[in-house]
Design a protein around this ligand. Structure first.
Ligand SMILES: *Cc1c(COP(=O)(O)O)cnc(C)c1O
Length: 375
């Protein structure tokens, strides 16, 4: 494949081996080891957040946030996200109720959540900052103040997003993030939760270690969701190069947007108040599911791999307890978003080439369509 969809930045193995030798020296491989603590501190500083807990995946981060916040009621969430933002809760047996997406940002629409008139303090809104683009934070805060529900933001796409002067992970009762190898910052497998409240962090620290407190007594029903020293070492190595990775990815996203702005190809509208939209994905919105399918195939013929991120009709599956309904915008945008290649090794010439092929293929598809439909 000439242009794969994704290639993680190569790890600096010299640095990694240094950390491995350190780990071996100590024979301390997991259980809140020194490297996990070092990575926690460095990330808190890097992001400008407090109360960060490192865990073993982004999926378990959502579950730990839910449990640590004493949640037991319904989940209100978006049908347009990676499946884990629903299945993490479906796995816990929670009732999942879907609300519609906004037709410009494609994020969960607070106005649609509000239509559920029976939201209580037991319930939880789970909103994804899709493609790194912040949700309508203010409207969600208002809804929270009225209903006393809690908000968990799934910020897995939004590691580097800054909104009104702050990193987006500082918002909500908790924000979660995935450190999977395909994400902007990664530990190969891993994740994190940032809690608004230090007590919730303290509870979560016990919960990820089987429920043990500092005196080795069981205080909570726990799970094993700890990050190992090896995964933390990978994170420390990646963190050393993160500024340069983000810089390159931002330049690529900017180039995409400035070329696409000159065409009739649309992308998502960035939420007002956004200082930086994490350069995690480059979504384009096509006219129909059929057009996306044809475009993806013709791009592949040109050696360019794209991804269907995501289909928005999770709301109609019978997999989860809760309501199953078709929502107008999620119906309208279902199977219409395609993400373009985005990783540091892409050169400006690669982006120009990808955009050229995009325009050419789309034009061919659209004129073919016109011929077929006017005949
Ligand atoms: C990747 C991702 C997850 C899951 O994270 P893992 O670390 O793979 O478990 C959850 N939510 C969203 C929006 C994601 O993109």
């Amino acid at each position: 494949m000439k242009h794969p969809f994704y290639r993680p930045a190569a790890l600096n193995t010299t640095r990694l081996v240094q950390y491995l030798e350190e780990i071996n020296e100590r024979r301390w491989y997991t259980n809140n080891g020194p490297l996990v603590r070092q990575l926690t501190e460095k990330l808190e500083e890097y992001l400008g957040v407090k109360n960060l807990l490192l865990v073993s995946s982004g999926t378990v981060a959502l579950q730990v946030a839910y449990k640590a916040l004493h949640r037991k009621g319904r989940i209100y969430t978006t049908p347009l996200s990676f499946i884990a933002s629903s299945s993490a809760f479906g796995w816990l047996g929670s009732e999942i109720h879907y609300a519609d997406i906004d037709n410009q940002t494609l994020n969960l629409d607070p106005g649609s959540v509000r239509k559920y008139s029976d939201i209580t303090s037991d319930d939880t809104i789970v909103a994804t900052h899709l493609y790194g683009n912040p949700c309508d934070i203010k409207a969600f805060e208002n809804l929270k103040n009225e209903t006393h529900c809690k908000i968990i933001y799934d910020a897995s796409h939004a590691f580097a997003t800054r909104f009104q002067g702050k990193n987006i992970l500082s918002l909500g009762d908790a924000s979660t993030v995935s450190f999977h190898a395909t994400k902007l910052f990664h530990t190969i497998e891993g994740g994190g939760v940032v809690f608004a409240n230090a007590d919730d962090l303290a509870r979560a620290q016990k919960m990820i270690n089987f429920g043990f407190n500092k005196k080795n007594e069981i205080e909570e029903i726990g799970i094993n969701a700890k990050m190992s020293e090896l995964h933390a070492a990978v994170g420390l190595v990646v963190l050393e190069e993160l500024d340069s990775i983000i810089e390159k990815r931002c330049a690529i996203a900017d180039q995409y947007r400035s070329i696409l702005d000159q065409t009739d190809i649309t992308t998502t509208v960035i939420q007002e108040g956004t200082d930086i939209c994490s350069p995690s994905y480059m979504p384009i919105v096509l006219a129909s599911a059929k057009e996306r399918e044809l475009l993806q195939a013709s791009m592949l013929n040109d050696g360019i791999e794209t991804r269907n991120y995501f289909d928005s009709l999770q709301s109609t599956t019978e997999l989860f307890e809760g309501s199953h309904k078709v929502l107008p915008n999620s119906q309208r945008f279902n199977k219409r978003v395609l993400c373009l290649p985005l990783y540091p090794e892409l050169t400006p010439a690669d982006i120009t080439y990808i955009c050229d092929r995009l325009r050419f293929n789309l034009e061919a598809i659209r004129s073919e369509e016109q011929v077929c439909c006017t005949q």
